[in-house]
Design a binder for this molecule. Structure first.
Ligand code: A3D
Length: 320
């Protein structure tokens, strides 16, 4: 059987890391696409030349021609620009919205059967726009944010409890931004929910609250340290986890920005929710029950995402 084909739209920091991870894990042949002259070709060749030492069999190529992503099984989208000083949120929205239009049209034309994972920010609005521009089925287009936000939460919790992060599960829902909702009640160590661990004296509520806030600020913490860009190792790893779940039909339970229509009281919008990812893409949205306080935080996050989507429609009337 031929190897799966993985198209990476955007060959910047995350795109290059995605390509390297996909190769090392032998998930399939990789095509790196970017508009920057030579960048995708250079990174593809560099990664291919790591193959003999690493011992992977995967073809690597770089391109600026959408025709080369033809028939891709997975497309991971990082194309776009990050916010620069002096640029408003609407400026960024306008630029990346145009990028999503060209990417969506390219995918629709050349890889209409792909499972598409969007990473470009502002995430929840961009994945919605990408789906609108591509016209692909909703279950085949999703956004990566929840896996990363949950991984950050799990990392901080594992450090606090001095246990293996393999035994820490966590759920972070809602939009990817200041309003994200880390759910302590659904986060566990060895199956023991976090509120019980506070009662057992493993940590204090104050420390847990600080970890939750650090999770919300996780992206900004890395930007503050790097100064010239944003996180890329953990974002790439998170998207690869989702791609692998699809390619290997793993039926993984993963939080992602999915199209929610009916569950959680929502009618047809993209936002971070728990899902099952397998060969059918986003196969199920898990309709969890939230208590009053959790619901209020989630509603606040949903409202923030709706505001971004409305701003997109204001910029590009064809999306209305
Ligand atoms: P960066 O290294 O700047 O790479 C972006 C690449 O996109 C560059 O190589 C550009 O040349 C390319 N590009 C720009 N316009 C186009 C276009 N029209 N078609 C194809 N390629 C294009 O950024 P990065 O890789 O660090 O981050 C990529 C995106 O991910 C940004 O929007 C970040 O804000 C976002 N991001 C999201 C998360 C989430 O958790 C959702 C985390 C980290 C970064």
């Amino acid at each position: 059987m031929a190897r799966p084909k993985i198209a990476l739209i955007g060959a910047g920091n995350i795109g290059g890391t995605l390509a390297h991870l996909a190769a090392v894990k032998e998930l399939g042949d990789v095509v790196l696409f970017d508009i920057a002259d030579g960048l995708p070709q250079g990174k593809a060749l560099d990664i291919a030349e790591s193959g003999p030492s690493e011992g992977f069999d995967a073809a690597m190529s770089g391109t600026s021609d959408y025709a080369d992503i033809a028939g891709a099984d997975v497309c991971i989208v990082t194309a776009g620009v990050a916010r620069k000083p002096g640029m408003s949120r609407d400026d960024l929205l306008g630029i990346n919205l145009k990028v999503m239009k060209s990417v969506g049209e390219g995918i629709a034309k050349h890889a209409p059967n792909a499972f598409v994972i969007c990473i470009t920010n502002p995430l929840d609005a961009m994945v919605w726009a990408l789906r609108e521009f591509s016209g692909l089925p909703h279950n085949m287009v999703c956004g990566m944010a929840g896996v990363l936000d949950s991984a950050r939460f799990r990392h901080f919790l594992a450090e606090e409890f001095n246990v293996s992060m393999r035994d820490v599960t966590a759920f972070v829902l809602g939009g990817h931004g200041d309003t994200m909702v880390p759910l302590a009640r659904y986060s566990t160590v060895g199956g023991i929910p976090l509120p019980d661990l506070v009662d057992m004296g493993w940590t204090t509520q104050d420390k847990l609250d600080a970890i939750i806030q650090r999770t919300r600020d996780g992206g900004a913490e890395i930007v503050g340290l790097l100064k010239t860009g944003s996180a890329f190792y953990a974002p790439a790893t998170s998207a690869i986890e989702m791609a692998e779940a699809f390619l290997k039909d793993q039926k993984r339970v993963l939080p992602c920005a999915a199209h929610v229509d009916g569950a959680l009281g929502l009618n047809g919008m993209y936002v971070g929710v728990p899902t099952v990812i397998g060969a059918g893409g986003v196969e199920r949205v898990i309709d969890i029950k939230m208590n009053k306080a959790e619901q209020a935080m989630f509603d606040n996050s949903v409202a923030a995402v709706k505001g971004l989507v409305d701003a997109c429609i204001g910029i590009d009337g064809s999306l209305a």
